[in-house]
Design a protein around this ligand. Structure first.
Ligand SMILES: O=C([O-])CC(=O)C(=O)O
Ligand SMILES: [Mg+2]
Length: 223
């Protein structure tokens, strides 16, 4: 990776809400943040941070629009660091067939991806749980159906989040957050500052100093 690349390991030590709190203190503010809605959840794996590699797929009906999976593998390798593979299932009713299962997952694990995100479904879930990368999906499904990748390296939209190739993504059990590249270097220190402030409140609430009367007297707005 180039020297200007974000410190993904440093970001991966934080939970996603903490980085969202940190982002509020940058130009992104509260409204400039992009993250997944609740329509997908983490199915497997740890906190992830990585660079988006995108693809689209279809599965419900057959079609002559397949592109080789090798294109995805090439794009993952081109990142030169931890990639998060983001696959948009383009079917009107997504989830008929899974791209990610034991075999595709093992190949992507061998390429050292840090995460996989889809609005569709995945299968071979017990195997995915041991692969070491995070999996965020709408759920599990039974079949492969007519699954094929239909494009690699295109802009995608997954669970309300627009993702372009090269975007920086962070995710945990709360969801997936897109981190503006310019903001990334400042985030660990900002997250540390927010945490210190929050822990002051938490420690006080647990201390002998705390009384309901003192809490009301503070007229707190936020917490
Ligand atoms: O059949 C597929 O391509 C999906 C799958 O279950 C696997 O990768 O093991
Ligand atoms: Mg399988």
């Amino acid at each position: 990776m180039s020297p200007a690349a974000p410190d993904l390991a440093a970001l991966a030590r934080w939970d996603t809400p903490a980085l969202s709190n940190a982002l509020r203190r940058t130009d992104a503010g509260a409204d400039g943040q992009e993250y997944t809605d609740g329509s997908i959840h983490r199915v497997a794996g740890p906190t992830m941070a990585g660079i988006a590699v995108t693809a689209t797929m279809r599965a419900r009906r057959p079609g002559g629009d397949a592109v080789p999976v090798a294109e995805l593998h090439r794009a993952v390798l081109a990142v030169g660091g931890p990639a998060v593979v983001v696959v948009q299932d383009l079917d009107e009713e997504p989830g008929a067939g899974a791209f990610l299962g034991e075999v595709n997952g093992t190949l992507l694990a061998a390429l050292r991806i840090s995460g996989f995100v889809t609005n569709g479904r995945v299968r071979d879930v017990p195997d995915l749980q041991g692969m070491g990368f995070a999996v965020h999906a709408a759920g599990a499904c039974v079949a492969r159906a007519h699954m094929r990748l239909t494009a690699v390296g295109v802009p995608v939209r997954v669970a309300g989040l627009d993702v372009a190739p090269g975007d920086l993504l962070h995710g945990d059990g709360h969801g997936v957050l897109k981190i503006p590249a310019a903001a990334a270097p400042a985030l660990p220190a900002l997250a540390e500052a927010v945490r210190a402030e929050e822990q002051e409140v938490v420690s006080w609430a647990r201390s002998a100093d705390f009384t309901p009367e003192r809490l009301l007297a503070l007229k707190r707005v936020r917490h």
